[in-house]
Design a binder for this molecule. Structure first.
Ligand SMILES: [Zn+2]
Length: 194
């Protein structure tokens, strides 16, 4: 998503109308940290579905995915059976790809075990925040399905876990830098008590 041809995504959206779906996504979602596990998983669902398609296709179907995948409720998705898979495969409002759907269900189950071990998906991701991109890719490869290099990288960029979603001089980059997360407050508290 960082590049649209020769120009950056930031440059690309800078001339777009404020109601353009790319502009809305860039200004309000792309690179912004996500606190909620279901929403984090929802972003992964979108990134997996993008494989082989344009991001624009996914953005246009964003709300359809939310409805089709139980508002991105990880617990519900982890329990999807063949009836649910068939429901999704006949849902024309989303991307009907069996491999993607099965991978998402597998990944939901993996997230449930991550939540049991680490408290939350967000904790687990934050614990790995210092990893290099190659280490992240290796970690995603052994943990999830359908998460190759591009999908992993885009998921991390789009959720602010990896720096570089926006160009240095993009106004949204500034806005994101100013966001203080509860996890940051915890580490500040920790530092002040050393
Ligand atoms: Zn930007």
């Amino acid at each position: 998503m960082a590049k649209q041809g020769a120009i950056s995504y930031c440059e690309y959206v800078s001339i777009l109308d404020k109601n353009n779906i790319h502009k809305i996504y860039h200004d309000n979602e792309y690179g912004f940290p996500i606190q909620d596990d279901n929403e984090l998983f929802g972003r992964l669902i979108l990134e997996i579905n993008q494989a082989g398609l344009s991001w624009e296709t996914i953005l246009k179907k964003q709300s359809n995915f939310r409805v089709a995948f139980s508002k991105f409720d990880i617990k519900k998705i982890a329990k999807y059976d063949d009836i649910e898979i068939n429901r999704l495969l006949s849902d024309r409002s989303i991307i009907r790809n069996k491999l993607k759907i099965r991978s998402i269900i597998f990944n939901a189950k993996q997230v449930i075990s991550i939540q049991r071990k680490f408290g939350s998906l967000q904790n687990w991701l934050n614990n790995n925040k210092t990893k290099t991109i190659d280490e992240w890719i290796a970690l995603f490869k052994i943990t999830f399905k359908f998460t190759g290099r591009e999908i992993t990288k885009e998921f991390l960029l789009s959720t602010g876990l990896l720096k570089g979603a926006h160009t240095e001089n993009c106004p949204i980059n500034n806005k994101i830098q100013k966001i203080i997360l509860p996890t940051d407050i915890n580490s500040l508290f920790f530092l002040s008590n050393i």
